[in-house]
Design a protein around this ligand. Structure first.
Ligand code: ZN
Length: 351
């Protein structure tokens, strides 16, 4: 395994950012290659510790000559966000200099060709970082962007062109749910990993064997040794199943038995009032239309001081907030409904 250091120039003299890249060289030029990155939202660490648990497994495979395709790993994809503290609180989701979400504004190339990337000299440090991450990932058959939600199930975002071909990956990783999307106008990293192939010829696109996904490894507090080992085992199974590594000892994977639903089915459930949230449901709960999801306590002890929120349709609770203070209009939770949501905002990529 080779380690190299990437350097991203900062926005003023004397500032620059570094992150390590690990590479394993495959023995078979025809084998699929893989790219894994974690902590693009720099405070989302379940993927970082999963990679920490995965690397020894890959080193063992390498020592035994079982690495078939090239593997590139970026455990800390966002050194800019990693260093952002604001009044003592870590801020890893938005670039403080531009207010831009670190998982937006990636270049959506018309074809999988790094020469089409915009000139990074004309952007800020965050744009230089995004360009470099696309460059590092482009051309790999398997691209995994490891994130987490606030509190949530383990789930994947997958472009409709890769489904159900990627159902084996969801099964291998042991995730609970898959959210299918079709349109990315904001430039997520996942969009940058799949949109360039949408107009490519079939032999370049290879959509039957391509993997691109945003992996939501549960909640922000789910940074845990046992979960990291389980997630690493899931990543390893995926790499083995897709032929990036070989391992004849693994049992045949079963079918994916989780929920797969289009993005349009997600109800975001905005809070009608500001206050303290009392949840009736947690991620994984199945709810029926009309079931109470939460109560907002906005005027404690007063008549009409509580407002209840009810499920607009049958479905499964995918995520909820980790903090219990909420403003009016902020989202209480994500409900994956059995049917299309009545909320016009559903259908947009949320990570
Ligand atoms: Zn994220």
């Amino acid at each position: 395994m080779q380690k190299s250091i990437e350097r991203i120039a900062g926005d003023s003299d004397g500032v620059s950012y570094e992150f390590p890249v690990f590479r394993l060289t495959g023995a078979d030029k025809a084998a699929p290659s893989a790219y894994l990155q974690a902590a693009l939202h720099a405070g989302e660490l379940p993927g970082v510790v999963a990679i920490d648990a995965l690397i020894p497994m890959l080193s063992k495979a390498e020592a035994e000559g079982r690495i078939k395709g090239n593997i590139t790993i970026v455990p800390w994809a966002n050194p800019i966000g990693r260093a952002q503290y604001h009044f003592g609180e870590h801020q890893g989701r938005f670039h403080l200099g531009t207010r831009t979400n670190f998982n937006r504004g990636f270049p959506l190339l018309a074809a999988p060709d790094a020469r089409l990337l915009p000139d990074a000299n004309f952007g800020g440090a965050d744009q230089r970082l995004k360009s470099r991450l696309v460059q590092l990932s482009l051309g790999h058959d398997v691209v995994l962007d490891l994130h987490c939600d606030d509190e949530g199930l383990a789930y994947l975002y997958v472009h409709t062109s890769l489904w159900p071909a990627m159902a084996d990956c969801a099964a291998a990783m042991g995730v609970d749910a898959v959210v299918l999307w079709s349109e990315d106008t904001d430039g997520t990293f996942e969009g940058a990993s799949i949109m360039p192939y949408q107009n490519a010829s079939a032999d370049v696109a290879k959509l039957d064997r391509r993997v691109a996904t945003t992996v939501e490894y549960r909640g922000i507090l789910d940074v845990d040794g046992a979960l990291a080992s389980a997630d690493a085992a899931g990543l390893y199974r995926l790499l083995a199943m897709r032929g990036v590594i070989s391992d004849t000892t693994l049992p045949a994977p079963g079918p994916f038995t989780g929920v797969a639903a289009p993005l349009e089915n997600i109800d975001m459930m905005p809070a009608p009032r500001a206050g303290a949230v009392l949840y009736d449901v947690k991620p994984g709960d199945r709810v029926a239309k009309g079931a109470r999801l939460a109560t907002i306590v906005h005027a404690p002890g007063e008549a009409d001081g509580r407002t209840e929120v009810f499920a607009p349709q049958d479905g499964i609770i995918l995520t909820r907030r980790s903090r219990r203070i909420i403003r009016a209009g902020e989202d209480l939770l994500k409900l994956v409904g059995d049917r299309k949501s009545g909320d016009a905002r559903s259908g947009t990529l949320e990570d």
